[in-house]
Structures are given as structure tokens and as C-alpha cells.
Design a protein around this ligand. Structure first.
Ligand code: SMO
Length: 768
């Protein structure tokens, strides 16, 4: 292959690096009004009265929206496929508020200052209701009911605050544990963490010259935005156009409608462009977070280390609204249990419950991250109890190519899944290569000491998916220009990942041209074909599959035209270096001549093709993670020494970009493992909604991260590719937890591993 497998420069790299106006807020129409949201000071309250008269009298205030003057339509803010698996428990504005920061009203004004002043002048009388902030208490009898509205739909058990529930059994779990020689039980706790994209949520909404609503938004899901805004505002879909420019990171939080609905409603009301953006504080409080979870894992194994039974029990906190509640919960099991597919007895069960706290949603890893933390710590404990090397234990149990798991069929995306066989798997090589690079043999169990610092190594495995089987669909259009260059139109959403580049590489490879010969357009619901969007590690596999099909059809059309020029059958022709070349005679014709002839000369036609691809299965990428840490036994500080990840993403289309995804996800994972946690006051207010008090890793905090890609060939993927976007984030928490145990013999079950927690655990152990 000439283009695939090469680390070509990002197609948007120069524009980004030279500061071209490519982001949402770089192109605000002149005279745009500023939209701002009034937020609830209470965790749970009824709005008794809302008086906007003083605010409306303020010069420069254009419009104020609240529950009293907008239609009441239930919808979900989760940008997912259709049918939507999340409950319809949200309204543009509601009579009730369900967390500190919930929407009360929105203002459009001619300036930000006036909008802020107007928010202060809105008088709201609340009747405070009892709140529930603890997910374990949310389901108790007598707990306040958070979604008591009658018109919500799709909530599993609203009276007990259960947004979603799952109960999947394979084999006989009781027998499974009875037949096991060793059983371990581990419970791990994952707190509230936020994605912290550099670019917060932002949007510009305006009416175009034909009075159609245009929404320019930093979103991962432009087509879902169009569909959901149409529902929320009661508009025909055809009146809405969503444009996705360059995006400054999403990580799942932009798989959600948090501003587009409000901005659109304001723009329709004031008939002027409206610009809205979240502050960093709003991003923490009122965007989305990862689902905080308590995950209990019970493993049963035979003496020889064969894992025989796995129970996984999940309590997920979805916050005030149930977006992604069922699907993230499902993924805790569906993305983890197949990894240890030799166990015949499985029980996966859990609940996602409402609390009066910020709203959890999609976050890179999407439940798998929470699941792997508990599962991989449990596997480490099992190895300890069996007296086995945890590496050998994993080698003995992990899934291989040619194998399957009943979980693939039992758990899908909010519904049953689909049976699938793993066709490509280089996990064993990943484990061996990672172990070699970290120095597993030399370092494990040695407890090397330097002053107060003790060193340890730990490992974890992970798999993920590549898109959502039978749901994720992407289309692509490849258009040939008469000079032999191409345009590639995709609904796929590059949110900084580099997907435009790898999609161009896939097309370039098929068309025998350099990447520079392809102009990529993504994504505009009026001009690019449908794509479910950037989530579920789908873009390379699903959108790439569509691009490859469309490019191959264009190739066929090119060869047909060239056959007439060269007077040879198309079967003898090939595309190479911007030419059509005959394998038989060596005769060649440049693509520019083919394009020119097709467009202007003979049998005129436009060489163009559109193709769709639906994920036929979801081939998992695999990874092995190894952490080396040093723990200061005096202060409890954990210092990352080195972090190694070896991953199998099939054929890396662009190795530098794939490695970047893996590295970035690992750094994000190190962040939640060591530093990050949203903290709350007893009344449910976020105490640390800023980057001083909520710490994400800076360059100085990041250890030496070494990533290596071990290629495999995925037969169902474009040029053998699988995904890489999410998997990296699953490794740090369990690998670092296991490394801390290797260093100081203490197990930590709750992230982040702050010095206070580590020290407390050390003291508890020494006094035990
Ligand atoms: S967490 Mo992603 O937007 O699947």
C-alpha cells in the first residue's frame, strides 16, 4: 500500500497550525445576539413563579425563554442512533429543576454584559424539594422521585429513580462459583469526572436567506443534532441545516445536545443570529460527565488459573437526566466480559439511577473504562490468590482470533446484540511486547527502593469495539474533478482526531493518487451524506468502509472511461500515481485526461459515487497496558515512571494519528487515575468547577508514555483497519492500581489515587 499505513500530514493541519478561522466561534455573523442560560441554585425544586418583566425592560434584552413560553416536548439530549435508546426525560425548559445548574431560562441580548445583567433580573420563586445525592439512596423506599412528570417516556422505573436496568445471565453462576477453587470479590468506585475539551460547547444559530435554521455547532453528531432539534422545537427536519466546522475536542461530551436546542429556539424567536458558549464552569457543571459507578466483580477460577465464573454488578449514577444511561451501563459488561471468554458462567446486572447531581453522558470508553477498572484489579487479585503471575493468568484466559463470546449476542446497544467471531486479535503479541518494554520480568515483585520511594509495575488488558453493529451507518460521496483531483464528502465528524485525514488516505489509496489530490468536506447536513457521527470508536471502521466503497465505484467508472481511451478492457487497467495504467501493455493515461473526456468530450458524465456502510459487526481492538510507578511512603504521592501500551487496531491507516489517539487517551486516563474528581457541597453544588481546583495532567505530570501498534488484519475493515479512539483510556486506572499494589502491597479501589488516599491505605494496612 502506498498511502495507507503512512503517517501523512493532517489535511487540516496547516489551517489549524496557522490559526485560520476554522472553529465555530471564529465565524460569528455580525450583529449576533448573545444567548445565556439562567441555572438553578437548588438541587431539586419546583419553579412556582417566574417573572421576567424587569429583565425584559433592560435595554438590549431581546428575548427570554422559559417553561411558560415554549412548547413542552419530551426528548433526549443524547445524540445516538435511531430508535433512541435513552429516555425522553428532558424538556427545553421544565417546571422543575433537578440539579444545581439545571436550565431555568435563557436570554438573548445584544451583548454578553446585558445578557448577564438580564439573568440577574429574572425573578424566580422556587419551592425546594428534598434532594437525593447518593445513588445508593436513590432507590430506597421514600426517596424523592426525580422524574415524576407524566409525559416522560422510556424510564425503566421512574418511581424508584431507576433510569435503566440490565440483567444478563449465561450458564449458571451459582454452579460456576461452587465449581471454582478460588473466588475473589472486588468493588471499585469511579467518581464524577469531566472531559475538559479545550474548546467548550459552543454554537451559532441563525436563519438563512430562505428562512431556514442554520446551526453551526461544535458537535460530534451533526445529523443527530438536526433530528433532535427538529423534535425538541417541533420543526420539520428539512428546515434545519447543521454545520460542523473544526472541533477542539469532544471525547463524548459533544455527543450531546446541550446548547443547540436553546440557541435555535432563541434565534427563531428573535430572528437574528444567536451565539452561545459555555464558560469553563458551565462545562464542568452543565455539560456532561462520565457516569460515576460502583462496580463489583466476583471472579471464580480453577486451581490452574482458568477463569470459570464472572459476576459483574453495577450501580451507575446518571445524574439528573438519563442520557446514555442504558447504553453506558450495557457497555460496562459488553465491552469487558468477552475478553475472558473461556468462562462458561456469567452474570452481568446493574442499574443506572437518577440523582440530583450533574448529568452523566458519553465519555470516551463509555462504560468500558469503569468496567475494566474493577475487572482488571479483580484479575490481579485473583492472580495473587492463585500465586500466579498476572501476565500468565491473562494469557491463559484472554480471547483469541477465531473465538467468540455469548456476550456479543446477548448485549447490544440498548437491545440484544449480534453474534460475532473475533477475526483479528494480536493481543498475545501486545502482552509480550508491552511486558518486554516495561521490563516486567526484571521489575515485578522486586519493590525496588530509593529513599522513601518504592517502585512497582502493574498491568491491565482491554478491548473495545469498532462502531455499533447494525446501527452505525455512514455514507460517503467521492466526486472527480476534470483535472483528475477529487472531492470527498463525508458526514463523518472529525473532532480533532484526524479522521478527515485517514478517510482521505483510504480514498487516495483506492484511487492511486496522493492525499493532496483529495479535498475533504465534513460535515454539513445539507451537503454531505448521512453519518451517525463520531462516537463508539466508529469512524475509521464505519465511515472508512463507506469511503472505500464509494472510491472503488469511482475507480470502476474511471477505468471504464480509460478503457475507451486506451482501447483495452478495464480488467487490464489499474490506477497508479495519478494515471490509469495498463498491466498488459504498459500504456498509460493521466487522470486529468480521463476526467476531461468524461466531463466535456465523449459520452459525457460526471464521475461520482455515493456509498453506504453499515457496521456488519464491531471488531474489537485490543490493548495491553503496563504501568511503572513509584510511591512515596511518607507522603502517599504516586509518581508515574513509565507507561507502556501495546495495541492492536488492525491496520493503522495513519500510524502517527493512531499513536496520538492512544497516547491522548492514556494521558486522559492518567488524569482520572491520579488527579481528577468533581466534588460537591452537601447541597449538590459543584465545588471545583475550574481548572485550578479540578486538576488535569499538564505536560509536567505526564510520565514517559510509550505506545506501540501491533498490526493485525481485520478482514471486515477498510484495508484491515479497526478502531483506536477510546481503548487507551481503559488502561491507566487498573494498571496503576495494580502497580501501586506491586510497590507497597496496598490495594486501592477508588480513584483518583490522591496522596491522602494512598497514605490512608498505607496506614490502615500497617495498623492492621
Ligand atoms: S464516549 Mo463516545 O462519544 O462513544
Amino acid at each position: 500500500m502506498k498511502i495507507v499505513g503512512k503517517s501523512v500530514r493532517k489535511v487540516d493541519g496547516i489551517a489549524l497550525a496557522t490559526g485560520q478561522p476554522v472553529f465555530t466561534l471564529d465565524a460569528v455573523p455580525p450583529g449576533a445576539a448573545v444567548g445565556k442560560i439562567l441555572r438553578s441554585p437548588y438541587a431539586h425544586a419546583e419553579i412556582v413563579r417566574i417573572d421576567t418583566s424587569r429583565a425584559e425592560e433592560l435595554p438590549g434584552v431581546l428575548c427570554i425563554l422559559h417553561h411558560g413560553n415554549v412548547p413542552r416536548i419530551p426528548y433526549t439530549t443524547a445524540g445516538q442512533g435511531w430508535p433512541e435508546p435513552s429516555p425522553y426525560d428532558s424538556f427545553l425548559f421544565d417546571r422543575k429543576v433537578r440539579f444545581v445548574g439545571d436550565r431555568v431560562a435563557a436570554v438573548a441580548a445584544i451583548s454578553e454584559e446585558i445578557a448577564d445583567e438580564a439573568l440577574r433580573l429574572i425573578e424566580v420563586e422556587y419551592r425546594e424539594l428534598p434532594a437525593v445525592l447518593d445513588p445508593a439512596e436513590a432507590t430506597a423506599p421514600g426517596a424523592p422521585v426525580i422524574h415524576d412528570e407524566e409525559d416522560a417516556r422510556g424510564i425503566h422505573d421512574p418511581e424508584h429513580n431507576v433510569a435503566a436496568a440490565i440483567d444478563i445471565r449465561v450458564g449458571d453462576i451459582v454452579r460456576g462459583f461452587a465449581e471454582s477453587d478460588v473466588v475473589v470479590e472486588t468493588t471499585c468506585v469511579f467518581p464524577y469526572v469531566q472531559h475538559v475539551p479545550l474548546e467548550p460547547h459552543c454554537v451559532v444559530a441563525y436563519l438563512d436567506e430562505e428562512d431556514r435554521l442554520v446551526i453551526r455547532s461544535a458537535t460530534q453528531v451533526p445529523f443527530h443534532v438536526r433530528r433532535i432539534v427538529a423534535r425538541a422545537l417541533g420543526l420539520p427536519l428539512s428546515r434545519i441545516r447543521v454545520i460542523k466546522p473544526r472541533i477542539g475536542g469532544g471525547f463524548g461530551t459533544k455527543q450531546e445536545i446541550v446548547l443547540e436546542d436553546v440557541a435555535a429556539a432563541l434565534a427563531l424567536r428573535v430572528r437574528k443570529p444567536v451565539v452561545m458558549k459555555y464558560t469553563r464552569a458551565e462545562e464542568f457543571v452543565a455539560a456532561r460527565t462520565r457516569h460515576p459507578m460502583k462496580v463489583r466483580v466476583v471472579l471464580g477460577a480453577k486451581k490452574d488459573g482458568k477463569i470459570h465464573a464472572i459476576e459483574m454488578d453495577v450501580l451507575s449514577n446518571t445524574g439528573a437526566y438519563g442520557t446514555h444511561s442504558l447504553t453506558v451501563l450495557s457497555n460496562v459488561g459488553s465491552k469487558t466480559l468477552p475478553l475472558y471468554n473461556k468462562a462458561p458462567h456469567l452474570w452481568f446486572h446493574g442499574k443506572a439511577v437518577y440523582t440530583n447531581l450533574p448529568v452523566a453522558g458519553a465519555y470516551r470508553g463509555y462504560g468500558a473504562t469503569q468496567g475494566y477498572f474493577a475487572l482488571e484489579v479483580a484479575v490481579d487479585e485473583l492472580a495473587e490468590k492463585l500465586g500466579m503471575d498476572p501476565l500468565e493468568l491473562r494469557l491463559k484466559n484472554h480471547i483469541r482470533a477465531g473465538e467468540t463470546s455469548p456476550i456479543f449476542e446477548k448485549i447490544g446497544e440498548g437491545r440484544a446484540g449480534k453474534a460475532q467471531v473475533v477475526r483479528s486479535c494480536a493481543l498475545e503479541e501486545c502482552i509480550r511486547e508491552g511486558a518486554r518494554r516495561i521490563g516486567w520480568e526484571e521489575k515485578r515483585g522486586k519493590r525496588i527502593r530509593e529513599g522513601n520511594w518504592i517502585h512497582g509495575v502493574g498491568m491491565a488488558l482491554s478491548m473495545q469495539g469498532s462502531g455499533i453493529t447494525d446501527i452505525d451507518m455512514a455514507a460517503a460521496t467521492v466526486v472527480m474533478n476534470e483535472d483528475g483531483t477529487f472531492r470527498l464528502l463525508v458526514g463523518a465528524t472529525d473532532l480533532g482526531t484526524g479522521s478527515d485525514t485517514i478517510l482521505a488516505q483510504i480514498a487516495a489509496e483506492a484511487l492511486g493518487v496522493p492525499v493532496e489530490a483529495i479535498s475533504v468536506y465534513s460535515s454539513d447536513t445539507d451537503f454531505t451524506p448521512f453519518d451517525t457521527g463520531a462516537y463508539a470508536s466508529s469512524t475509521t471502521y464505519v465511515s472508512g468502509g463507506a469511503v472505500l466503497r464509494a472510491a472503488r465505484e469511482v475507480r470502476r467508472q474511471i477505468l471504464e472511461v480509460a478503457a475507451a481511451i486506451l482501447e483495452e478492457p478495464p480488467e487490464e487497467l489499474d490506477l497508479e500515481g495519478g494515471h490509469v495504467v495498463s498491466r498488459k501493455s504498459g500504456k498509460r493515461v493521466p487522470l486529468s485526461e480521463v476526467g476531461h473526456r468524461a466531463m466535456y468530450v465523449t459520452d459525457q458524465r460526471h464521475i461520482i459515487a455515493t456509498a453506504s456502510f453499515v457496521a456488519p459487526e464491531s471488531p474489537p481492538p485490543f490493548a495491553a497496558f503496563f504501568a511503572e510507578v513509584a510511591v512515596d511512603t511518607e507522603t502517599g504521592v504516586v509518581r508515574g515512571g513509565k507507561f507502556v501500551a501495546a495495541a492492536d487496531c488492525g491496520t493503522p491507516i495513519n500510524p502517527a494519528l493512531a499513536e496520538g489517539q492512544l497516547e491522548g487517551a492514556i494521558v486522559q486516563g492518567i488524569g482520572h487515575t491520579l488527579y481528577e474528581e468533581l466534588r460537591f457541597s452537601p447541597r449538590g453544588r459543584v465545588r471545583n468547577p475550574n481548572l485550578f481546583d479540578y486538576r488535569i495532567p499538564t505536560a509536567a505530570d505526564v510520565p514517559d508514555v510509550e505506545v506501540v501498534l501491533i498490526p493485525s488484519d481485520e478482514p471486515t475493515g477498510p484495508y484491515g483497519a479497526k478502531s483506536i479512539g477510546e481503548i487507551g483510556i481503559n488502561g491507566p486506572a487498573p494498571a496503576i492500581a495494580n502497580a501501586i499494589h506491586d510497590a507497597i502491597g496496598v490495594r486501592l479501589y477508588r480513584i483518583p489515587f490522591t496522596p491522602e488516599r494512598v497514605l490512608r491505605a498505607i496506614r490502615a494496612k500497617s495498623s492492621a
